[in-house]
Design a binder for this molecule. Structure first.
Ligand code: NAP
Length: 249
C-alpha cells in the first residue's frame, strides 16, 4: 500500500520541475493529484507523463478567480484536500539599483500573494490530518547577489508557516516549508540561460554545496512525500532543507 493511498493532493506549479516530480511520486504512492500551472501545453505533457490519477487545472496562482476555479473543481471531483503543496514560484535576477517595480510586483504576486491565497482558499476543503507544504528556498536564509526580491519572498513564506502553524492550532492541519537548494529544473536552467555564463554559475553553486553537486527534483519530491505523509505527523511550522548542505554550513 502506498504512503498516500486514497488521498487527494493539490500541487501548484505541477507541470514542471519539483512540482512535476512530486506529482509523479504522490500518484505512485496512491494519491489522486491535481496539478496547476499557467501553460496548458506543459500541463497536457505532464498528464501524459503521469498517466492516471492526475487532473490538470490551468490557472495562475496570483489570480484569485483562477484559484476559485481550481478549488471548485477539486470540491466537485473529490470533495476534500489531504495534501496541499503550494509550490508555484518564480524569480527574476536584478541587483539593487536595477530592480523594477514590474518585476517586484510579479515576483511578490506569484510567490507571496499566490502562496497565501492558495492556502487560504484550500482551507475549507481541508480537515484534521491535512498537510500543507510551502516551497521556500535556501535563498530565504542566505544573502544571494542580484536575487534579493526573490529571496525576500522566500523569507516571507518561511514566516507564513510559523504564523499559520499558530493560526491552525487545534485544527489538526500541519504546515511546513520545504526549502530546496540549487536543483536541476527547467525553471533554474532557463533563468541561468537568460543570464549567459550558465556553466560558471552552476560551477559556483556546486562549489558552495558540501555534497558537491546540484539536487535532482526527485530528491526534493522524496522529502515532499515525507511532509505530505503521516510520517511527519509531529511536524508543523518547520523548515526542511533539501540543499546538499548549502545553507547549513
Ligand atoms: P520550474 O520548473 O520553472 O517550475 C515552476 C512551476 O511553477 C511551473 O510548473 C510553473 O508553471 C509554475 N508557475 C510559475 N508561476 C506560476 C503562476 N503564476 N501560477 C501558477 N503556476 C505558476 O521551477 P522549479 O525549480 O521546479 O520551481 C518550483 C519551486 O521551487 C518554486 O517555488 C521555486 O522558487 C522553488 N525553488 C527552486 C529551486 C531550484 O534550484 N530549482 C531552488 C529553491 C526553490 P507555468 O510556467 O506553466 O505557470
Amino acid at each position: 500500500m502506498g504512503r498516500l493511498e486514497g488521498k487527494t493532493a493539490v500541487i501548484t506549479g505541477g507541470n514542471s520541475g519539483i512540482g512535476l516530480a512530486a506529482a509523479k511520486r504522490f500518484v505512485a504512492e496512491g494519491a489522486h493529484v491535481f496539478i496547476t500551472g499557467r501553460r496548458q501545453e506543459e500541463l497536457d505533457k505532464a498528464v501524459e507523463a503521469i498517466g492516471s490519477g492526475v487532473t490538470a487545472v490551468q490557472g495562475d496562482v496570483s489570480h484569485l478567480d483562477d484559484l476559485d476555479r481550481l478549488f471548485a473543481t477539486v470540491r466537485a471531483e473529490r470533495g476534500r484536500i489531504d495534501v496541499l503543496f503550494a509550490n508555484a514560484g518564480l524569480g527574476a535576477l536584478a541587483p539593487l539599483g536595477a530592480i523594477t517595480e514590474a518585476s517586484f510586483d510579479l515576483v511578490f504576486d506569484v510567490n507571496v500573494k499566490g502562496t497565501l491565497f492558495t492556502v487560504q482558499k484550500a482551507l475549507p476543503l481541508m480537515q484534521a490530518g491535512g498537510s500543507i507544504i510551502l516551497t521556500g528556498s535556501t535563498t530565504g536564509s542566505m544573502g544571494t547577489p542580484a536575487f534579493s526580491v526573490y529571496s525576500a519572498t522566500k523569507a516571507a513564506i518561511r514566516n507564513f508557516a510559523r504564523s499559520w502553524a499558530l493560526d491552525l492550532k487545534g485544527s489538526g492541519i500541519r504546515v511546513n516549508v520545504l526549502s530546496p537548494g540549487p536543483t536541476t529544473t527547467p525553471g533554474l536552467f532557463n533563468a541561468l540561460a537568460r543570464m549567459g555564463s550558465q556553466d560558471a554559475i552552476i560551477a559556483g553553486l556546486v562549489a558552495q554545496t558540501p555534497i558537491g553537486r546540484m539536487g535532482l527534483p526527485e530528491e526534493t519530491a522524496a522529502v515532499a512525500l515525507f511532509l505530505a505523509s503521516d510520517d511527519s505527523s509531529f511536524m508543523t511550522g518547520s523548515e526542511v532543507f533539501v540543499d546538499g548542505g548549502m545553507a547549513q554550513v
